[in-house]
Ligand binder design. Structure first.
Ligand code: NOJ
Length: 525
C-alpha cells in the first residue's frame, strides 16, 4: 500500500461478527478466544484491518447493539484483558483494529436507563426522550417497523427508534456528549485504530417531535445538528497519533447529504450502501460508481465499496435472484435463488470492489462464498427485526465453517447458536485452501495483488470503451478491470497479460458474469 496516504483511504477492512467467527470456549457462540486462535486466517487473507461488531456487555436484545456498558466486554465473548490482548496480537500481525460504537441508544439494562425508569424525578430521565401523556407522543415508524414509544409504569413514554430494549439517547444533553467523547477516548487509549459509528445519522431529533411529513425536514434522520457531534469526535481522534479513523454507518439516499458527513473536519469514511443495494446491471452499477466518486471527490474523502454486512442478505444470494437489488423495504426472502449464478457474480463483484478507488469491506464469510441461510426455523430466529418486519437478518449471521464434513465445521465443539447448512462442507476454509478455483483463493490472490499493484493505490480511475452490459476501467497507466454483466461473452481489450480472472475465460473472450484484471500494453507502444 502507498505509504504516502493514511491507511484508511485504501484499506481492505474485514468485518468480524464475534458471535459467529470462532468459538473458543465451546458454548456454541463465537468469542475473543476463538478470534485470537483464528487470526492467522485474516493474515493469510491479507486484509489490513478488522472491524469488530459490538462485544460489550449486553442483554443481546439486538445481538449486542443494545449496549449496557461501553467500557467492558460481555462475558459470552470474554474479558477486557482478552480484548486488549487481541488488539496487541492483531497489531503484531499487521492488522489494525476498529471497534463499533453505538451512540444512538443504549440497552434498557444500562445504568442510566435503569435509574431513569426507577424514578420519574431522576436526573437521568433527561438523558433520554421521556414524554408525558395519555397517547403516544408521535406516530413515527421505527427502523425495524412498529411504533417508537413504550409506556413506563408511571405513565410516561420513552422513545426508541429500534426495539423497546434500545432507548434513544438525548443528544441535546451535554452529559450524553461528554460520555461518548470519553468512551471514544477509552478505546483510542487502548490502541484501536478506528471506530465504526452505528446509526450515525439518527442521533439528533427535532425536540418538537413533529410528524414525518413529505417535503418537510425529517424529525430524526440526518438533522444538521448531528455534524457538530462528529466535529467534536474528529477533534479528539486528531489528537491521537497514527491516523485513527471515524467510519460512519450512514444510510442516506441523497449522495450530497451523505458526503456532508465526510467533510474534512468530520468522519473519515462511511459505508457505501448505494453500491451494496445496486442491481447487477452495468448501467445502474456505472451510474452508482460515478455518483459515489463524484460525491466523495467533492469533500476529498475516500469512497468505500461494501457488498455485504451483518444486516443484509448475503450477496451470493442477492445476485442469484431475478431482482438483484437490496432494500429493507423490498423483502425478497424465500424468492427463487440460483446459487451458481450468485456465486459467479459474487466472484466478479470481488474483483470489481477490490479494484475501485478507495477502501473495500469484506464481511466475514463472503471470502468463503457463503450464502444466506434461508432455512432457519421460526423458533430459532433471534433477530428482533423478524417479529416487526417479517424479515430476519439471522441468515447472514450464521457461524463460519472452518473445516470438517458436517456442522459445526470446527466453529465450535457445541451446536452453533444458529444452524449451518450441511452443504457448507465445500465452503470451509480447509476445503477451499489450495484450490485455485475456490472463492477463498480468489480473495487471497486479489487482496495480495491489490496490495502490490501501484495503479490500485495512486492511480486515477478512467472508464474505458466497452460493449453494452460491460464495465471497463483503467487504474494508473497499465491496469484494467473488465466486468461482463451482459448475457453474452465479449472480446477482451488488447492486453499484455491477464493478472486474475474470476472464472474461466473463453479463449480471449470474457464470459457473462465474469471479471478480469488485465495488464495493458505500455502506453505509446
Ligand atoms: C445498525 C446495526 O448494524 C444493526 O445491526 C442494529 O440492529 C442497528 N444499527 C441498531 O443498533
Amino acid at each position: 500500500m502507498a505509504e504516502s496516504q493514511p491507511w484508511w483511504r485504501d484499506a481492505v477492512i474485514y468485518q468480524v461478527y464475534p458471535r459467529s467467527f470462532a468459538d473458543g470456549d465451546g458454548d456454541g457462540i463465537g468469542d475473543i478466544a476463538g478470534i485470537r486462535r483464528r487470526l492467522g486466517h485474516l493474515s493469510d487473507l491479507g486484509v489490513d484491518a478488522i472491524w469488530m461488531s459490538p462485544w460489550y456487555p449486553s442483554p443481546m436484545a439486538d445481538a449486542g447493539y443494545d449496549v449496557a456498558d461501553f467500557r467492558d466486554i460481555d462475558p459470552v465473548f470474554g474479558t477486557l484483558a482478552e480484548a486488549e490482548a487481541l488488539i496487541t496480537e492483531a497489531h503484531a500481525a499487521g492488522l489494525r483494529m476498529i471497534v463499533d460504537i453505538v451512540p444512538n441508544h443504549v440497552s434498557s439494562a444500562h445504568p442510566w436507563f435503569r435509574k431513569a425508569l426507577a424514578d420519574p424525578r431522576a436526573p437521568e430521565r433527561d438523558l433520554f426522550w421521556f414524554r408525558p401523556g395519555e397517547t403516544m407522543p408521535t406516530a413515527w415508524v421505527g427502523e425495524f417497523g412498529g411504533t417508537t414509544w413504550t409506556r413506563t409504569a408511571d405513565g410516561a413514554w420513552y422513545l426508541h427508534l429500534f426495539t423497546p430494549e434500545q432507548p434513544d439517547l438525548n443528544w441535546g444533553h451535554p452529559g450524553v456528549r461528554a460520555e461518548f467523547e470519553d468512551i471514544l477516548r477509552f478505546w483510542l487509549d487502548r490502541g484501536v485504530d478506528g471506530v465504526r459509528i452505528d446509526s450515525a445519522a439518527l442521533l439528533c431529533k427535532d425536540p418538537t417531535l413533529p410528524p414525518v411529513t413529505e417535503g418537510r425536514p425529517h424529525p430524526f434522520h440526518d438533522l444538521d445538528e448531528v455534524h457538530e457531534v462528529y466535529r467534536a469526535w474528529r477533534r479528539i481522534s486528531d489528537t491521537y497519533p497514527g491516523d485513527r479513523a471515524l467510519i460512519g454507518e450512514v444510510w442516506l439516499p441523497d449522495a450530497e447529504r451523505f458526503a456532508h458527513y465526510l467533510r474534512p473536519d468530520e468522519l473519515h469514511a462511511a459505508f457505501n450502501f448505494d453500491f451494496l443495494g445496486c442491481a447487477w446491471e452495468a448501467g445502474k452499477m456505472r451510474a452508482c460508481i460515478d455518483r459515489t466518486l463524484d460525491a466523495h471527490a467533492a469533500v476529498g474523502a475516500p469512497p468505500t465499496w461494501v457488498l455485504s454486512n451483518h444486516d443484509v442478505t448475503r450477496h451470493v444470494t442477492r445476485y442469484g435472484r431475478a431482482d438483484t437489488t437490496f432494500s429493507f423495504d423490498n423483502n425478497l426472502d424465500g424468492t427463487p435463488v440460483d446459487l451458481e449464478q450468485g456465486t459467479r457474480r459474487a466472484r466478479a463483484a470481488a474483483l470489481l470492489s477490490l479494484s475501485l478507488p478507495g477502501a473495500a469491506y469484506v464481511y466475514q464469510g463472503e471470502e468463503l462464498g457463503l450464502w444466506e441461510n434461508e432455512n432457519i426455523a421460526a423458533d430459532q430466529i433471534q433477530d428482533p427485526m423478524y417479529a416487526r418486519r417479517g424479515h430476519t437478518r439471522d441468515g447472514c449471521r450464521v457461524p463460519l465453517p472452518w473445516s470438517g464434513d458436517a456442522p459445526p465445521f470446527e466453529f465450535s465443539t457445541a451446536e452453533p447458536w444458529l444452524p449451518q447448512p450441511a452443504e457448507w462442507k465445500d465452503r470451509t476454509v480447509q476445503a477451499q485452501t489450495g484450490d485455485p478455483s475456490s472463492m477463498l483463493e480468489l480473495y487471497r490472490a486479489a487482496i495480495r495483488m491489490r496490495r502490490a499493484e501501484p495503479g490500485l493505490h495512486a492511480g486515477a480511475m478512467t472508464w474505458a470503451d466497452a460493449a453494452p452490459g460491460v464495465l471497463a476501467y483503467t487504474r494508473g497507466p497499465d491496469f484494467a478491470c473488465v466486468v461482463n454483466m451482459s448475457g453474452a461473452a465479449v472480446a477482451l481489450p488488447d492486453h499484455d497479460s491477464c493478472l486474475l480472472a474470476s472464472g474461466p475465460l473463453d479463449g480471449v473472450r470474457l464470459p457473462p458474469d465474469t471479471a478480469v484484471w488485465l495488464r495493458l500494453p505500455a502506453r505509446g507502444q
